[in-house]
Design a protein around this ligand. Structure first.
Ligand code: SF4
Length: 367
């Protein structure tokens, strides 16, 4: 067993994989998984599947064979994040306070801002990340069952493990995400279970959280959070999707270190920046502090290209793989019947039947 054992035997730290195996072997525990957007186009690398191909259906099938009771898509959590974050942006613009609003879904960035730019505390979104929101909703949804619920998230980086442990992300002092395993760790578990991943039939995720928008899926690539939020805001404004392709080509996509775009909300021009890589983010913030740049909304992802290139994804990943992963995620989006969180019928149901009146408790934090 892979365990980190203290030589004095005072402490034994179990690796997350061990804790997940233990939960899977406990008949009194319901083990629930959520799979992050960027995992689906990278996990196949570990099994010889063409780069960038969407292996979500095979991964769902593999997790069920390992023993997971329910399997969900974190892109549903991303749809919730879009709802909360777009409302937060509109509120701050209306009140003209704590601008620019910085995104909070990347724990690498949130932790970095804690010590490098503590003065930005009030500017960081109070929204939990998609992982955090979804785990809180899942724990709440299964709370009345006899079995204990153990939530496992499969994520593209180890920073998500730290995020799950941060007390400000817990609900009533209870940790919502019980274990985080990376894409590479999930692949190792699948191999350990002797499952022939590449031969599996594809399976769909479980209801009632089984529908996620393409906007939620592109959270896994730089610019994706902004694009999804703009889809929501423009939909609210115009009540149609005519803006969708305009947003796609407005500068939110691509690999420039800093991308800029803007939208009109009423007679106000909302200025937006998208940055990936903490060095570039740092430089951008210094320029903002010096008054050289002005924005209302800033998306920051710690990893270059975003989560598709997170540190927990399978390696090696050269230029062709990087390109294929980005292309793969956008392909999932264009192939989705639901492109924006507004059109996700399950989001409305969940707000009405589960979250109502407890949005702040379950979906927000205070960094
Ligand atoms: Fe993790 Fe990197 Fe994604 Fe941030 S950008 S959430 S550090 S994979």
């Amino acid at each position: 067993q892979c365990r980190v054992v203290c030589p004095t035997a005072a402490i034994t730290i179990k690796k997350d994989e061990d804790r997940v195996w233990e939960a899977l072997n406990d008949p009194n525990t319901r083990v629930v998984a959520q799979i992050a957007p960027a995992v689906r186009i990278a996990v196949g690398d570990s099994f010889g599947i063409p780069k960038g191909e969407n292996s979500m259906g095979k991964l769902v099938s593999a997790l069920r064979r390992i023993g997971f009771d329910k399997v969900f898509d974190t892109s549903f959590g991303a749809d919730l994040t879009v709802y909360e974050e777009s409302a937060e942006l509109v509120e701050r613009l209306t009140k003209n306070e704590n601008l620019p609003l910085f995104t909070s879904c990347c724990p690498g960035w949130v932790k970095f801002s804690d010590y490098k730019f503590p003065e930005l505390k009030e500017n960081i979104s109070s929204c939990r990340s998609p992982q955090g929101m979804f785990s809180a909703v899942l724990k709440d949804y299964f709370k009345d069952d006899e079995k204990k619920t153990f939530v496992v998230s499969i994520m593209p980086c180890t920073a998500k493990k730290g995020e799950a442990l941060r007390p400000e992300n817990h609900t009533d002092g209870v940790q919502d995400t019980d274990a985080v395993i990376t894409t590479a760790e999930a692949a190792r578990m699948i191999r350990k279970a002797a499952i022939k991943f590449e031969e599996l039939d594809e399976e769909a995720v479980d209801m009632p959280f089984g529908i996620a928008s393409g906007g939620g899926v592109i959270f896994g690539v730089t610019g994706g959070v902004t694009e999804a939020v703009l889809r929501k805001i423009c939909y609210d404004k115009d009540n149609n999707l005519s803006e969708l392709s305009r947003i796609e080509f407005s500068g939110v996509r691509g690999l420039d270190s800093v991308k800029e775009t803007s939208i009109m909300l009423g007679d106000r021009e909302v200025k937006i920046a998208i940055v990936h890589g903490l060095g570039v983010a740092s430089q951008l913030i210094e320029e903002m502090k010096a008054g050289k740049r002005h924005y209302d909304f800033v998306e920051v992802m710690a990893c270059r290209r975003g989560c598709v290139m997170g540190g927990g994804q399978p390696v090696p990943a050269g230029p062709k793989t990087k390109k294929a992963r980005v292309k793969g995620l956008y392909k999932v989006d264009t192939g989705s019947q639901v492109r924006t969180s507004n059109e996700n019928p399950m989001v409305e149901v969940i707000y009405r039947d589960i979250i109502k009146g407890r949005e702040h408790e379950l979906l927000h934090t205070r960094h």
